[in-house]
Design a protein around this ligand. Sequence first.
Ligand code: BGC
Length: 762
Amino acid sequence: MKHFSLKSIIAAGLATIVAGCTSQTSTQMSGEEQKFISELMSNMTLEEKIGQLNLLPAPGPIVTGISEQTEIVSQIKEGMVGSILNIKGADAIREYQRIAVEESRLGIPILFGLDVIHGYQTEFPIPLAVSCAWDTLAVTESAVIAAREAATDGIAWTYSPMVDICRDARWGRIAEGNGEDPWLSGLIGQAYVRGYQGDDLAGEETILACLKHYALYGAAESGRDYNTTDMSENRMFNEYLLPYKMSVEAGVGSVMTSFNDINGTPASANKWLMNDVLREQWGFDGFLVTDYSAIFEMKAHGLGNEDVLTERAMNATVDMDMCGNCYINQLTRLVKEGRITERQIDTACERVLHAKYALGLFDDPYRYINKEKGEKELFKAENRAAARRITAETFVLLKNEGNLLPLEKKGRIALIGPVAGSKAQLTGCWSVSSDYSKYTTIYESMSKYLEGKAEVKYAEGCHYSYDPELEKHFLWNDSASTRSHKELLDEALATARWADVVVAVLGETKEMTGEAASMCNIEMQASQRDLLEALLKTGKPVVLLLANGRPMALKWEQENVPAIMDIWFPGSEAGDAICDVLFGDKAPMGHLTTTFPQHAGQLPIYYNHKNTGRPIGENDYAKYTSGYLDVTNAPLYPFGYGLSYTTFEMSDIDLSSPTMNADGSIDATVIVTNTGTREGTALIQLYTRDLIASVTRPVQELKGFQHCTLKPGASTPVKFTITPDMLRFYDSQLNYINEKGDFDLMIGFNCRDVKHETFTLE
Ligand code: BGC
């Protein structure tokens, strides 16, 4: 391997030093770095600087947007490509890097990015599932493993965390976020950032994180992807922006603009959001990249031609153009015409170079590529063991009539449903780096798990949809069963009749959530519902393992199926993790971070909503109140909900004082008791409600949570300390303030099942 170090060449004085570099310096730069970057930039042509702002897709099998995939080698040689995405494999990355460092004039290393969203080869569950563990340490651990694996292949930059708040399950990308609570999502965003970036970005096992999609992408109207958002600033700051802000506070190194229009200005042209809020208010000093061709797409938004769009994106302080070719095609001319200053280009270029410097790429452009290490690291037993443990934490037990679960490891088990026999379906959206050949199906894992103890038979059971066209969309690259509906059903029923218990794995395919996967019908597809109904009619006990990437409307299932456990899209260790929980070696401990509606017509539905002037009990109806004629306001499963194999009870709240001073705090304590017969882990949640304020406030807001693991009969005190800081909000003038007055304090097992107390902030 030829060792190349641009940094050492410059240090040795081989670079031409041109005085008078005009670039601004980032606050994070050391003197040495500042000198290095100034010298490098002083040697760059305008075109080469613009090249650093150009992010292109590598031609190949990974496609994540609409753009022509062209040959990029000649552009790399000309110094016109600063970063590349959608490439994997140490050899391929090394070769592109070699071309950049050896065959371009300045040899500036390329930054390689990929959507490493929930694991690289060791796949963790989809982010929405991971959020249901309410375990920030587990999030960080998953990100450390993902970064370590991805880094050996040469990936230095991941497009994660995604912290878009979503309250509308029709939106397919709800699967990629951390649920509907802004504070919890922020904590999780921070945990991802810590895991990817670690303490030292230049380390061989850390990669640059990219916070996305800034901003409000999850509030797309009607849950339709890429759609408009229009929102008051009060709502933005109180309900949507917090997780982005918290991730910036955790030091995320890059931020991605979202596709959507925000109050008339799409994010990539939104100077207020990008510069005034993100950079100036929150102090973000990393670089800003667009989402895939988002600058170009502003043409369809009706903002003008590419020159105008480029100008607007540059003026919004967007540094890098992802796959839009606007910067590379327009910026030189715009500078010549005086519409964009060279100083703006310098600032953007410097931010990108700073990231490359911080990643250590100037010391060794190949530092992230280590095939030998990769062979040992990728999908190694230790990584898989961590994934199995974390995956088991994400399952949410939704119903368990008559303690049907856990199942005994004996007798005959019918495992039914296409997901149970599929590898591709297990990983969910964004699994571009998965290697399915390494995984086992749920059926294979379960057969092994129960070897010598119980018999398992598998039947595919149904098509994902009765409509073949729809099934094609649901499967995209995967193939549909070639067997008829009747053949599949007959086989499934015969298998069920043979068995003592039926485990049906049904719900969604992985293509039914993620990008461009909005759905109007969020119920179980008829082909799957009919199978479930037929299985129930056999009279055998039926457990539904729900594979899904969004909250689904499962009223019928809740009413008819005795046991339901949400396994989401569980990743590469699905089979073993499912067996761990299904057969009781572990207790389920996941809790919903997103509300499940009874009906899609209730959307958007979320626990932290405001009151109307005519509120009504969740299960009631009355004329002239705020509800629906045909469906109550109650969710099917509320935020924070999740059962265990045991039961818990909670004492009333013991408050250390009914009043709190502006600079004081109060403690709220409950005693939690395991009243069942098995060990289990409870998630104790703290909520507050500001009862009287100068602006309307939500009926509930999550302010704390704690896990407690208890043996049968055991009790423990759980104490929360509440401070005035936790009660602050943005008022009508966007001042972040405390207001004196009364608060309702709630502690419980989910947002509905709570004890109440009140206190006064003085
Ligand atoms: C998605 C982003 C993703 C990017 C790069 C876009 O289509 O919206 O979330 O990071 O592609 O693959």
